[in-house]
Design a protein around this ligand. Structure first.
Ligand SMILES: Nc1nc2c(ncn2[C@@H]2O[C@H](COP(=O)(O)OP(=O)(O)OP(=O)(O)O)[C@@H](O)[C@H]2O)c(=O)[nH]1
Length: 255
């Protein structure tokens, strides 16, 4: 049996206190205290410290789960990748602190633009991602445009009397329905669209058209079994020649 009172939790406690996390009094119940430390550490491990948004690890978990849901339910889900335009110039002109303030303001606005069921995360640097489950084609473009407009309308105060404005480029791709795929391919397709938005002049939205697939009931049924080498199933890969959509992504049947 571990004597919980002898456990050394100084580093964990310091980490949590630094992040202003409230812990119960250690004397109350050692088990409750330890559980609270574990819960708070879990919470911390899923958040981006600067913006308070979900971090990349949390995003990857949601994305992996969502791609499975879409493959089996056929419900459309959209992944948006967002990148602040010319963000380096913000840092270079106003300083890194001002850049951080901009990232925090963008995060707050993103949360306001989406539904509670959507996941907004910081992907890294000045890049954000949003997963929109149950998102029909027409709605996806609307929501992405709403986000772009909301962000470009912001006046962000960075010091007394100084406000700045930013624009954002957005790329999006739908998870393939009734098809086994990987989170990496989904991210790659959204990233290609983001690249397109940047090269089309920035401050715009580019979303890959949803691939139209006809899949039989028997083929749908195959998606419910575990996939092992040699199993017949619909899979997505980027390298194939029988391309669907504009990004070079393709759906193949393998036997
Ligand atoms: N303030 C601040 N800056 C960051 C952070 N993470 C990354 N950056 C900066 O983000 C900038 C990204 O610059 P680039 O990749 O050149 O992109 P950009 O200037 O936005 O240009 P485009 O994306 O092509 O429109 C770099 O200057 C990084 O230092 C952060 O956490 N805080």
């Amino acid at each position: 049996m571990i004597d919980l009172k002898k456990l050394k939790l100084d580093d964990a406690r310091a980490l949590l206190e630094h992040g202003a996390h409230q812990l119960p009094e250690p004397d109350e119940s050692s088990q409750a205290y330890l559980q609270a430390v574990i819960d708070k550490l879990c919470e911390l491990s899923q958040k981006d410290p600067l913006t308070g948004l979900a971090n990349r690890r949390f995003f990857n978990n949601v994305l992996t789960r969502e791609i499975e849901v879409v493959a089996r339910s056929g419900e459309p889900a959209l992944l948006l990748m967002l990148d602040i335009d010319h963000f380096k110039a913000v840092n270079d002109t106003y300083g890194h602190q001002a850049g951080d303030t901009v990232l925090q303001a963008v995060a707050k606005t993103l949360i306001k633009c989406v539904r509670p069921m959507d996941t907004v995360a910081r992907f890294g640097g000045e890049e954000f991602v949003i997963i929109l489950p149950s998102c029909q084609g027409y709605y996806g473009h609307q929501v992405a445009e709403r986000i772009r407009e909301s962000l470009s309308a912001m006046k962000i105060p960075i010091s007394s009397g100084v406000t700045i404005k930013i624009t954002i480029s957005i790329g999006g791709a739908y998870a393939p329905r009734w098809v086994r795929s990987t989170p990496e391919l989904w991210v790659d397709r959204a990233d290609l669209e983001l690249y397109r938005a940047k090269s089309e002049g920035r401050d715009c939205v580019c979303i890959e058209p949803q691939p139209i697939l006809s899949v039989s009931a028997e083929e749908k049924h195959l998606l419910f079994g575990p996939l092992s080498l040699g199993d017949p199933a619909w899979i997505e890969n980027l390298a194939s020649e029988s391309s669907v959509g504009s990004s070079g992504s393709a759906m193949n049947r393998v036997n």
